[in-house]
Ligand binder design. Structure first.
Ligand SMILES: *Cc1c(COP(=O)(O)O)cnc(C)c1O
Length: 237
């Protein structure tokens, strides 16, 4: 009976991966140029590693981690071909635990955090790819830099030799107007046009289970999907 339960869960995840991939291709066809690529990330918070691995086996090899402790408990159980980005709020004193195990930190929203990532990356002989997180809806409860401070933050970060700014990340407010997505896209394009030294404005990480089609419509090229792949999370977490 337990065996059947697991089998059922696996089947659902495989179906979910197919559906999300289909919807993403459809959104690209409808709203974007056919050669544009949109990466799909599987957001793993609260999900058991053996279930995460089903998505990896089905081709979603990019994983998104929110919590340092949970990631450390799970990382050795993930498939070797999985690539991990950190996407959650990151305290400066926790950078040291993840700096060698993730290929990107998407949630950089202060110079203080950028400086610490730069320091530890230098110490470990690497250059860390980062995204700057913007609080596009000006929500008090959300992390992310204020949109008016993005330009100066990116400029200051471009001076740090052991981090490389690769783009922007955001979580738009729930049920917000599409103009918010458009505003985010404009900030991304404006920064790209500046062609700052040591900055590659290539990635716009925007869109989750409820809004990824809208986000793709407005220029996103990395969508972060949890619920639509693995089902609803426990409210407790
Ligand atoms: C949880 C989370 C997601 C995924 O959310 P879903 O609505 O479950 O798809 C994406 N990005 C971040 C930063 C998250 O914390």
């Amino acid at each position: 009976m337990f065996h059947d339960d697991a089998e059922q869960k696996y089947k659902i995840i495989i179906e979910n991966v197919k559906e999300v991939c289909y919807n993403v291709s459809e959104a690209i066809e409808k709203y974007r140029k056919s050669y544009e690529n949109v990466r799909i990330m599987a957001v793993t918070k609260t999900v058991a590693p053996e279930l995460v691995n089903i998505a990896v086996d089905e081709g979603i090899t990019l994983l998104g981690e929110n919590r340092v402790q949970e990631f450390l408990e799970k990382k050795d159980m993930y498939r070797k071909q999985a690539e991990v980005h950190f996407i959650g709020h990151l305290q400066t004193n926790k950078v040291k635990y993840i700096v060698n195990d993730v290929t990107m930190i998407q949630s950089v929203d202060s110079l203080k955090l950028a400086n610490e990532i730069n320091r530890l990356s230098a110490k470990n002989n690497k250059v860390m790819d980062v995204l700057v997180e913007i609080n596009i809806g000006d929500e008090l409860t959300k992390s992310g830099v204020d949109k008016h401070n993005v330009f100066s933050l990116v400029e200051q970060m471009s001076q740090l030799e052991n981090i490389k700014v690769k783009g922007l990340m955001t979580i738009p407010p729930p049920m917000c107007d599409e103009s918010v997505y458009d505003e985010m896209h404009k900030i991304f394009l404006e920064l790209k046009e500046k062609e700052l030294y040591n900055v590659d404005m290539d990635i716009l990480s925007m869109g989750m289970s409820g809004d990824y089609v809208t986000a793709i419509k407005h220029g996103s090229n990395l969508v972060r999907i949890g619920t639509k792949l693995f089902g609803a999370r426990n409210i407790r977490r």
